[in-house]
Design a protein around this ligand. Sequence first.
Ligand code: 48F
Length: 254
Amino acid sequence: MEKVVSLSIVEQYFKKLKSNLEIDVAIVGAGPSGMLAGYYLAKWGFKVAIFERKLAPGGGMWGGAMMFNEIVIQNEAVSILDELKINYSRYNEECVVTDSVQATSALIYATTKAGCTIFNCYSVEDVVFKNDRVCGIVVNWTPVHLQHLHVDPLIILSKAVLDGTGHDCEVAKTVARKNNVRLFTETGGVVGEKSLQVDEAERTTIENTKEIYPGLFVSGMAANGVSGSYRMGPIFGGMLLSGKKVAELIKQRL
Ligand code: 48F
């Protein structure tokens, strides 16, 4: 049995990894926007995987606000809660509140159940850049980064890459910095996030969700950071709608 335990895990894991070395969509970051994009793309039949730096997927959704584990969702995104069978309470005519632990775990479950693989403990450190487009990601174990070990990465090829890395917009920054290219933003670079303004931030999150360089899409807070819009705090409708929108954009592109 000892041998079976190890062998079954090793064989199954490498089967999974091998089948994801060349995929339709590589999503960086398992926050709400990245996961919802993964959920829809997998549901529509695309080969899609998410690469998440941390052990637990979920990004900034678990903790609610200051660890009060409730989040706010506006009416526009409530149909997504219904689709994922997440419970909520109506707060007023504009929004509902939901338990962030249930919402996050439901999102993880729905995403993986739809067929999107989540690789946790992976840090995306670069992209594959060929013929003036982004066509894959460069990955390494998070502990390698944490320990500053000099270990070369592996490569995942994909038709599209989604930067769902949240406030840091890590993939977009790397693409602009390393390749001397102009992103489709006002400045040609990552403009950077502004301070908090809820309504405007929620609106622009959707607006800024787009392809910002051939092959590279942005969603969630990365979309706002790249285009220089505001943060919004523990209201998550925009994140969910951004994930849905970017899935639709990628579907059209592929
Ligand atoms: O920040 P995050 O939750 O992304 P999001 O979908 O949602 C933002 C909200 O949580 C919140 C907010 C809304 O009101 O303002 O902040 O935009 O999740 C981003 C995920 O990306 C991972 C990170 O660990 C987190 O789980 N991540 C970041 N950089 C990398 C990465 C990287 N280089 N490689 C892999 N994962």
